[in-house]
Write a protein that binds this ligand. Structure first.
Ligand code: IPM
Ligand code: MG
Length: 368
């Protein structure tokens, strides 16, 4: 594996704690599988604001553009709630997504057997669940203009704009179809074509891409509200779901909860291929900075470790090693290893963030 460079941005809250565990995994691959990563670390979010007065320094942005993959922990926290919107921690993350043009956000919702009882849904509804949500990440209402808060008729008006070009829809649809071919070969596209013109265009373009180049993949369309309902009713009907930025934000949180714990889910945000053929890429857990448990050794590092597994698969073409890591995690869970977020109603003794990392390293050792 040539020149595998990784930029680690631990960020805020539990970000640095879970990233410490990921470093153990990266070191393990260097020592045991001859996968050497050239790792550098920098600040993002509130941590960057505290040092530089901005949630993402230009130098950090430039570094992110150069490396093979960025691994991010989490951003935000109550300390930053009253900051001006333009320097809020979240702006650092949004800038990375936008300037790296990471248009395809892959959010798997997979239910680990050992945790099927933790879901708020019945075990039989979620066991074996394996959905991939592909969320458009660089356009839509998150970035559309005009936006702002203006004065009109003696009161203030808040404005955001939903906006999608054909090419933006086309490229994310292609990502979804490509993924589906390597999984269950089914795509469900979600929008609100009954209410929004952007939804009408979305549906048309997805259908057109399908008919032209992916007719072998089964395609269906659903209104996003009905999709939310179906996710709760019978989630196993889905394989790949493709949807816009805002619907994807909401639907992926709902899908995440089906699996029992938000502390378990990774994500990959991918852009166009770079000169070396690897896609522009940023990997991060779906969970946030969890200020309520920061610094107490209670965080679950699994989502962040699984995000590194996604990096192995999508950036470094190491699908077998990614599977090794995922299996190691399944093994420790099956053996009863639990961080506090994974404690069932029957109690038991939870383990710390760092003990969970060590258990996963031990399972990796055992896999050799
Ligand atoms: C997510 C988060 C972000 C989003 C925030 C932190 C900006 O909720 O990644 O889902 O809304 O995209
Ligand atoms: Mg979200």
């Amino acid at each position: 594996m040539s020149n595998a460079s990784l930029l680690i941005l631990p960020g805020d809250g539990i970000g640095p704690e879970v990233m410490t565990e990921v470093r153990k995994i990266i070191d393990w691959y260097g020592a045991n599988r001859d996968l050497q990563f050239d790792v550098s670390e920098d600040l993002v979010g509130g941590a960057a604001y505290d040092t530089h007065g901005t949630p993402l320094h230009d130098d950090t942005m430039a570094k992110a553009q150069e490396v093979d993959a960025v691994l991010l922990g989490a951003v935000g926290g109550p300390k930053y709630d009253n900051l001006d919107f333009s320097v809020k921690p979240e702006r650092g993350l949004l800038r990375l997504r936008k300037e790296m043009d990471l248009f395809a956000n892959l959010r798997p919702a997979q239910c680990f057997d050992a945790l099927a009882d933790f879901s708020s849904l019945k075990k039989e509804v979620v066991s074996g669940l394996d959905i991939m949500i592909v969320r458009e990440l660089t356009s839509g209402i998150y970035f559309g203009e005009p936006r702002g808060i203006i004065e009109e008729g003696g009161e203030r008006v808040g404005i955001n704009t939903q906006r999608y070009t054909e090419s933006e829809i086309d490229r994310v649809a292609r990502s979804a179809f490509e993924l589906a071919r390597r999984r269950g070969n089914k795509v469900c596209s979600m929008e609100k074509a009954n209410v929004m013109e952007s939804g009408i265009l979305w549906r048309e373009v997805v259908q057109k891409v399908h008919d032209a180049d992916y007719a072998d993949v089964e395609l269906s369309h659903m209104y996003a509200d009905a999709g939310a309902m179906q996710l709760c009713r019978y989630p196993k009907q889905f394989d790949v779901i493709v949807t816009d930025n805002l619907f994807g934000d909401i639907l992926s949180d709902a899908a995440a909860m089906l699996t029992g714990s938000l502390g378990m889910l990774p994500s990959a945000s991918l852009g166009a291929p770079m000169a070396n053929g690897r896609p522009k890429a940023l990997y991060e857990p779906v969970h946030g900075s969890a200020p309520d448990i920061t610094g107490q050794g209670k965080a679950n590092p699994i989502a962040c470790i699984l995000s590194f597994a996604m990096a192995l698969r999508y950036s470094f073409d190491q699908g077998d090693e990614a599977a090794r890591l995922e299996t190691a995690i399944e093994t420790v869970l099956a053996n009863g290893a639990r961080t506090p977020d994974l404690m069932g109603p029957d109690g038991g003794t939870p383990m710390s963030t760092s003990d969970m990392g060590d258990a996963i390293v031990a399972a990796l050792d055992a896999s050799l």
